[in-house]
Design a protein around this ligand. Structure first.
Ligand code: AMP
Length: 450
């Protein structure tokens, strides 16, 4: 039955959408509905609550926006009739852009609200009358508590990237919101993965939901090819990065992920010095405008490399990303799925390349379990110089491996404890960070290697 229903829907015209939406879809260049759209749109239009398991890149945003735009239909009254909650301002902005795109031929009033800037303009926009609000949970609640937002007309509540919202600790705000909005409403919840917390949330939030799932849990999008390189240390990672990025034609729009803000900064600075193309870094220490500008420039194609940490990268919606390079392996394993979902979006082919040192291989094995596949591994190309691991880095890696072993087996004493081999940091005169000096030493190609 389900199969038959799916077969029937092969074009957007098959949904009972209106002319305004069909025109906008055609202009957006969407030729046919993606699988999540095929499944979810008819159910949402029929008024069901939905539990949607879909990664970013599957077309999930349009899957909930099209029925929503059809339902809210035209500007009416003063107060919002639909709210979409999202974990980050980047995602809020991206969803808002999608509303602008798909709602182009409607007169619907919508806005995105998020923290990080004063609420004045947001309050002004809302007070002029609004139909749809896209918001981060915290800012939405703030405006409500200030009395700037009336929620009694709300008919639809959508939670996007629910797993990220749980990770970021938004449960209390979401609970507060649920308490103050009308009970009779349609609820949609979308999440890339279904950890226990999201299951719990969905039980609290959804009523008799229909479940739609486009890929098994945490399965990377099919159009992404993945490869793993074991790279012994930071310096060799840099050499490998440099080697790969020489191929400007192949690596034309690349996101490089790092685990820390510091590595993001350092990689970006390194790439700048190599003069391989425009580079921008986005991470938590960057001001909002800098982040927005960086994303826009990357989207527009003026910037070839975006170096990002996981949190900063949430909600990036850029098509035609040629490669995602995992300079570091994420410790939050689901972030791997999110990261590689940035390439191969909506039918485009993409590639993901991961660098892992010996300690990171532990996390690779966990990620492989999560995605239920083994990452194909390749040897480092002969042209890439393999540097010796400096003493401090070697120590860090060895200690991390010890920690991993202890985690797996609490009785494990650890090589370091037995031998008492951790030498106390020798007092040096300069006390320079060995890694920092490495980054500074590595100059433009050719001049940095000795
Ligand atoms: P999402 O999974 O919502 O983040 O969407 C990923 C990308 O796919 C966005 O750039 C959308 O504009 C695009 N997209 C959504 N639906 C379609 C479709 N039916 N055909 C082609 N591209 C689409």
């Amino acid at each position: 039955m389900a199969e038959e229903a799916e077969k029937e829907i092969s074009t957007f015209e098959d949904f009972k959408l209106n002319k305004q939406l069909l025109n906008a879809i055609a202009e957006a260049g969407y030729q046919k509905p993606t699988p999540i759209q095929q499944q979810a749109i008819p159910l949402i239009m029929a008024g069901h609550d939905i539990l949607g398991i879909a990664q970013t890149g599957t077309g999930k945003t349009a899957a909930y926006l099209l029925p929503l735009l059809l339902k809210v239909k035209y500007a009416q009254g003063q107060h919002p009739r639909a709210i979409i909650l999202a974990p980050t301002r980047e995602l809020v902005m991206q969803i808002t852009e999608n509303i602008a795109l798909l709602g182009k031929y409607t007169d619907l009033r919508f806005t995105g609200i998020y923290g990080g800037l004063g609420p004045k303009t947001q309050i002004e926009t809302i007070s002029k009358g609004i139909d749809i609000i896209v918001a981060t949970p915290k800012r939405l609640m703030e405006l409500y508590l200030k009395g700037e937002l009336v929620l009694k007309e709300l008919k639809t509540l959508i939670l996007d990237e629910a797993d990220k919202m749980m990770d970021m600790g938004f449960m209390p705000q979401i609970r507060q919101i649920l308490e103050v909005i009308p009970r009779k409403r349609q609820n949609l919840l979308f999440s890339a993965t279904m950890p226990e917390k999201v299951v719990q949330l969905s039980e609290e939030f959804l009523e008799f939901p229909m479940r739609v799932e486009v890929t098994p849990q945490a399965t990377p999008v099919e159009t992404v090819s993945q490869v793993l390189y074991q790279v012994p240390n930071l310096r060799t990672k840099i050499a490998m990065l440099e080697y790969l990025l020489q191929d400007a034609e192949e690596f034309n729009r690349v996101i490089i992920f790092t685990r820390s803000k510091r590595n993001a900064e350092s990689v970006a600075k390194f790439l700048e010095r190599q003069e391989l193309g425009e580079v921008r870094a986005i991470h938590g220490n960057k001001g909002q405008n800098t982040r927005i500008n960086a994303m826009e420039a990357f989207k527009g194609g003026e910037v070839r490399f975006l170096v990002a940490t996981d949190v900063a990268a949430r909600g990036i919606d850029v098509s035609m990303v040629s490669h995602v390079i995992n300079f570091d392996v994420p410790f939050v394993y689901e972030d791997y799925v999110h990261r590689i979902g940035r390439t191969g979006r909506a039918e485009n082919e993409g590639a993901s390349i991961t660098f892992a040192n010996e300690a990171e291989m532990y996390h690779i094995r966990k990620i492989e379990k999560l995605i239920r596949m083994q990452l194909p591994e390749q040897p480092l190309p002969p042209a890439v110089e393999v540097f010796k691991t400096p003493f401090e880095e070697q120590q860090e890696i060895a200690m991390e491996i010890d920690r991993q072993k202890r985690r797996e087996n609490p009785d494990f004493k650890g090589a370091f404890h037995e031998k008492k081999a951790i030498p106390k940091a020798k007092p040096t005169k300069t006390r320079r960070d060995p890694k920092a000096s490495f980054w500074q030493k590595t100059k433009k190609k050719g001049s940095g290697k000795r």
